[in-house]
Design a protein around this ligand. Structure first.
Ligand code: SF4
Length: 134
């Protein structure tokens, strides 16, 4: 399979700035291993160049255009799970210990099963779609 071209530096920087703003807005921080953040930002930038939106790079989509057409902004960063439950399965928006926040997730969500209950250290920030959380 042909290797995907690297995203342009300007796209990577734009994504990086977005992520920095969203750390501030959501009261989360970057992962202690900077390589984690770097890889996710690169994936977001690549998807932005490929399909025009920063589609979450940690999911597999059989068809990215169909995902956007049929499900709208569900997996556009910051995704519905982040906005409702403050949960980022890519580990881009985490606690200072590098853990994804899981305390608001439904109990049967895989994030709860994998990480247990991880409390939100900044409950006054983020979750702009908390009203939609089931
Ligand atoms: S899980 Fe959501 S918030 Fe985290 S990188 Fe993917 S789209 Fe962004």
């Amino acid at each position: 399979m042909a290797k995907r071209p690297e995203p342009q530096q300007a796209t990577i920087e734009k994504m990086r700035r977005y992520v920095e703003k969203y750390w501030e807005k959501s009261g989360t921080v970057g992962h202690p291993d900077a390589e984690v953040t770097k890889a996710v930002v690169l994936g977001l930038a690549a998807n932005t160049e490929e399909c025009g939106r920063p589609l979450c790079p940690c999911n597999f989509y059989p068809d990215k255009e169909a995902e956007l057409r049929e499900h709208g902004r569900r997996w556009i960063c910051a995704c519905d799970e982040m906005k409702q439950w403050k949960y980022c399965h890519c580990l881009l928006f985490v606690t200072p210990e590098g853990m994804p926040i899981t305390e608001y997730l439904p109990e049967d969500h895989e994030g709860r099963q994998v990480y247990g209950v991880v409390k939100d250290p900044t409950p006054d920030k983020g979750r702009e779609s908390r009203d939609l959380a089931k």
